[in-house]
Every structure is written in C-alpha cells, then in structure tokens.
Design a protein around this ligand. Structure first.
Ligand code: DLL
Length: 433
C-alpha cells in the first residue's frame, strides 16, 4: 500500500517545485526567527530572497553538532516556547544532549512521515506492532508510536529491555511487527532460542529496524532467525528523529520523505555538493519544521543518493544504506576502516557470530593495532585447538583481503560480548586514552 500516493508517486518536477517553495519558507523562517541563522546568513551575504532554485541551497550555511551544543537548549528554536508541545533529546554520551522541539504541526508531520515508511515496509492497520525502543527522550519510540497509530496499527509500547517479557508478550499478543535496533532483534532471537522458543511460536512477519546500521549479511541473518522481512529506516534527533527515510519491501534503498527533507551529498573535506550516485556525507535541510527548522545539517553519515525509479512505484530519491558515520571510521595505519566492512566479513564465515568489537590500541612503537574480537557461535569448538587456530587464521586472512591491513583476531566465548537493548557499541578506540 502507498500511504500518500499523490506525494510519494509525484513527478520529479512536482516534487522539486514543492521542495523549492518549502525551502524558501524555511530559510525565511530561520532568518526572521533564529538569531543564530540570521547572523550566519548575513555573514555569507545571503538573504532569503536569494534562494531562487533548489541548487541555491548550496549558498546556505551548514549546521553542525557543535552549533546545537553552543545553542543549547533553546537557541535554535524558531517559535515561542508556548507553541512547543514536545521535547526529545539524543542520548549523547558526552556533554549536553542534542535537544529537539516540536510544535503540534511538527508532531503531525512526523506521524505522516512514519506512516508512509511503515506502509512502504508493508505494514497495515491489521498489524500488531511491538515497539522495543526505549520510551523517553529518544526519538525512536514515540516517533514510531505516533506514526503507527496514524496508520491504524495496534501498538504495544513495551519499551526496551526485559527480553524474556518481550518474548512472552510477542507470543501471547501475536505481535506481527517488531520495531527496534537491528542489534536488539538479533539479541532477542538468541534469548528466544535459549528459552526454547522456535520461530513458529511467533506471528512476527516484518521488522522495522533503525537507529543504527546493519549490513546485508546481518539483514539475512535476522531474516533467517525470525523468518521475517527486515526493513530499515533512518533519521536523527537533529532533524526530528526517525522518518527521514525508510525502505519499501523491495529493500533497495531508503525512500526519502522529500517534501519534508531536502537531502544533499557533499564531499566531507571540501563541502562541495556531489552529484547523485556519488558517495559522501549526507546533509539534511528540514522543509516543514516549525519549532526547530535546520539548514544543511552535516550528519557525518556516509551514503549515496539514488535517483532511479523504484519498482514499488514510489518516485522519491532513495538513500543507500549508511556505510558508517565518519566519526566511526577508524584510520588504522593510514587505512580507512568502517565497522560495517568487518561485519560483512565476519558474517560470511561459519563459526563466528554477529557479536563483535573493534579494539584499537597503540603498540610500544606507537603503531596502530586493530584487534577484532568476535564471538564463536559453536561452543564445541572450544575443545578443539586446531579447529580454533584454523578459524582464527581464516578470519584474519579474509579481513586482510577486505580491509587491506592485518588485524589481530581474538575468538571469544559465546555470550561474552555485551548485549544491548539499544544501539550496539562496536568500536573501542583506546589510542588517545
Ligand atoms: O537514532 C533516530 C532513529 C530512531 C532513527 C529510530 C531510526 C529509528 P539519534 O539517536 O540522534 O537518532 O542517532 C542518529 O544514528 O546520524 C546515524 O548515524 C545513526 N542511524 C540512525 N538510523 C540509521 C540507519 C536516531 N538506518 C544517528 N542506518 C544517525 C545507519 C543510522 N545509521
């Protein structure tokens, strides 16, 4: 089902026209109401009237994470607080969180965006949705909640954690849709197995996963373990949370809600806009936000935009899977390494599992050392030294072919790498500690 055919299947020309009109309104809203943006635009000598085409977006200033911190908590708001109905915030591990505000219309638009991506994933008003994101300031739970409610699905706001109870409710209530991070979906499948459940005990048929990336190999694993269709969706607190984009059942890139978000790809080093199809940093401008309109947010997320038509009939631009955050990209002896590359290698080798960590240290000569810790999936291997050595050597050789560097491989006991109900932490960089 296509939730909003008129927009989701509109001609490219019509979409671009809507985007231009909304971009002009957004720039004006920022200029008139947010001193931070007025100062930035004045410094670049750009007035709202200078935005005459979509390409003029390149004249606008970037917004960075530091700008959110510097303007914490309300400095980027464009409406009086009286009009703000909701606050969300990112969990930010250091310093102040990123705060986002929503007017009544913002909350409505958000539900529309989620209803669209849920329908694209094949979700209908017959579905029973278990939302296993943590309810609270995190945008994931309430964002999906309001959108699935808009779609007419039954929502179980179970929140994160307590996996045994999650599974009991999933079975007893006949949950058909799981909403969580992909790593929690994997973790839940392990707990299910341990408790003696089989996938036939559940009615689950589809997953909407986001908040972190997962490789195609991880998708396959989750699909096999649960016997479901796995779709992913993308968003971030700075531009309102989930709902920027989501995959349809064709699983060939995430459809962008283009009447709400203008997405560009830039060269992260020069800031130049790159043509469709080229890989770079995703930059997002909100097109409808009233409480906190954002111009050209530098997401640090690396991806590509796809402008070919999709078989599902939607005409929107799609974004490829995020390859990784530029923040997560490790530079090891001068070579760029993304955790997703390591995940791809590990999941193609029988005997090791989906739980892994990249630990980076320096040796006594100050050279970078990458250690890949990965769990064995088969405990019986622990008694077979030769088999373990062979497995270790084969993981190491495959990593070397793909990454181009030698990594130390440590095979660890099953169930020893920390599990999470939220976003997994795959990288431990101890070089500057
Ligand atoms: O994670 C919003 C969200 C919640 C999206 C639930 C989808 C589902 P933040 O906590 O602000 O917001 O984190 C945003 O998470 O910049 C990406 O680096 C990463 N991320 C989110 N979705 C994906 C995805 C939410 N599908 C940051 N693939 C973003 C890869 C993702 N990375």
């Amino acid at each position: 089902m296509i939730w909003n055919k008129e927009i989701e299947c509109a001609s490219r020309a019509d979409i671009r026209e809507i985007q231009l009109r909304k971009l002009q309104e957004t720039v004006k809203r920022c200029y008139d109401n947010v001193p931070f943006y007025q100062k930035k635009l004045d410094a670049l000598n750009v007035k709202p009237e200078d935005i005459k085409t979509l390409a003029d977006a390149a004249k606008l200033p970037f917004t960075t994470k530091a700008d959110f911190r510097d303007n914490y908590p309300y400095g980027l708001f464009a409406v009086p607080l009286k009009e703000v109905r909701r606050i969300h915030a990112s969990s930010g591990t250091t310093g102040k969180p990123i705060v986002g505000g929503y007017t009544k219309n913002d909350i409505n638009s958000w539900a529309e965006c989620i209803a669209r991506i849920a329908a694209a994933a094949g979700v209908t008003d017959e579905d029973i949705a278990q939302i296993s994101f943590g309810y609270g300031l995190f945008t994931g739970a309430l964002g999906l909640h309001f959108g699935l409610d808009r779609l007419g699905a039954m929502v179980i706001p179970i929140s994160s954690g307590n996996s045994e109870k999650q599974l009991m409710m999933m079975k007893d209530l006949g949950t058909t849709l799981l909403v969580s991070t992909p790593s929690y979906a994997i973790y839940l499948s392990e707990v299910a197995q341990k408790l003696g459940y089989t996938k036939e005990d559940f009615k689950l048929r589809v997953g909407m996963f986001g908040g972190e990336g997962h490789t195609e190999e991880m998708r396959k694993l989750i699909e096999e373990r649960w016997g479901i269709l796995v779709t992913e969706n993308y968003g971030l607190t700075e531009v309102g949370g989930p709902g920027v984009s989501g995959e349809c059942y064709m699983k060939c890139g995430q459809h962008i809600n283009e009447d709400f978000f203008l997405c560009e790809i830039i060269d992260p080093d020069t800031g130049e806009v790159l043509p469709y199809g080229e890989k770079g940093e995703m930059v997002i401008t909100t097109l409808s936000k009233e409480a906190m309109p954002i111009l050209r947010y530098r997401t640090r997320d690396i991806t590509r935009l796809i402008d070919e038509p999709c078989k599902c009939g939607r005409t929107s631009l799609r974004m490829e899977k995020i390859q990784g955050r530029s923040d997560d990209m490790l530079i090891i002896k001068g070579v760029n390494v993304f955790p997703s590359q390591v995940e791809t290698v590990l999941l193609t080798i029988p005997g090791v599992g989906p739980h892994y960590q990249l630990v980076v240290t320096r040796n006594s000569s100050f050279a970078d050392v990458l250690e890949v810790r990965v769990e064995l999936t088969d405990e019986s291997l622990l008694d077979n030294f030769t088999a373990l050595e062979q497995l270790n050597a084969s993981v190491r050789a495959k990593l070397k072919t793909v990454l181009g560097i030698d990594a130390k491989v440590t095979l660890v006991n099953p169930q020893t790498i920390e599990r999470t109900a939220g976003k997994a932490k795959h990288v431990i960089d101890m070089r500057n500690k």
